[in-house]
Design a protein around this ligand. Structure first.
Ligand code: BGC
Length: 246
């Protein structure tokens, strides 16, 4: 069975049809830039464009870059403050006419990896960290998700949010070398190791494609690996999460 998976990010909105039995994309992915002024209205328009591209009529699984409680955004994340309090599922249904299932984007990426990727059949605590415009997190115990952990927002020793210090977008903005950025990631992952003692950390998001460029800087005692489905994990996981919504 296929479901349209959409991953809304701070920089791009990506979609593809996903075979939810195998976790494979059955089409090329289609990417649209996230509008600069990413208000609910502007993003809903882009969601409609993705739906039109695939001529899709049915359930849509959507990964969304904010913490969500019962479908409502708790903050506007890296999108826009106007998202706070918005029920994303209801809004997208109203604007497009399609049924939606919405989960946090990093939770979605983790779901893809524990169901089909490098975290499959892993016992214990598995942590997905997405490194992109922001830093997102998904925590799994024996494959079961603890939703809405927001580990990008923990603080450095100097009192700065790690998201504003070590996201991939910060590397670009501050023109950091991979080595300089890797050192920041070392601080971050060392901290996560201390507070969570996970069995495995999986890196997702745009930075998962080039882990070999910075992993040498990260000296921790637990395995740190790239998501097998790389930056597609968010699309796949969003579609898989929608399956439970059926
Ligand atoms: C948001 C998270 C999201 C992450 C990655 C953060 O700013 O608070 O909910 O998962 O960005 O998009």
């Amino acid at each position: 069975m296929e479901i349209l998976g959409i991953d809304v990010g701070g920089t791009g909105i990506k979609g593809a049809l996903v075979n939810i039995k195998t976790g494979e994309l059955t089409t090329e992915r289609h990417r649209i830039r996230t509008p600069k002024n990413a208000t609910p209205k502007a993003v809903a328009k882009k969601i409609q464009k993705i739906i039109d591209h695939f001529q899709w009529n049915g359930l849509v699984g959507c990964g969304f870059p904010t913490p969500l409680m019962h479908g409502k955004c708790i903050t506007g994340g890296n999108l826009h403050e106007k998202w706070e309090g918005v029920n994303v599922k209801d809004l997208f249904k109203e604007k497009t006419g399609n049924e939606f299932s919405v989960v946090n984007d990093a939770d979605a990426a983790g779901l893809a990896e524990v169901n089909f990727g490098i975290g499959k059949n892993k016992k214990g605590v598995v942590v997905m960290i997405t490194l992109g415009t922001g830093i997102g997190s998904g925590i799994f115990l024996d494959g079961k998700l603890l939703p809405n952990t927001e580990l990008g927002h923990i603080f450095t020793e100097k009192g700065e949010e790690f998201e504003n210090y070590a996201a991939d977008s910060v590397r670009k903005k501050e023109s950091l070398t991979q080595k300089q950025w890797g050192k920041r990631l070392h601080e971050y992952f060392r901290h996560l190791q201390l507070i969570l003692s996970p069995d495995l950390i999986i890196i997702g998001g745009s930075a998962s494609k080039r882990i070999e460029k910075y992993e040498k800087q990260i000296d921790i005692s637990i395995p740190l690996v790239a998501a097998e489905s790389q930056n597609d994990a968010g699309i796949i996981g969003a579609a898989v999460a929608a399956k439970y919504h059926l």
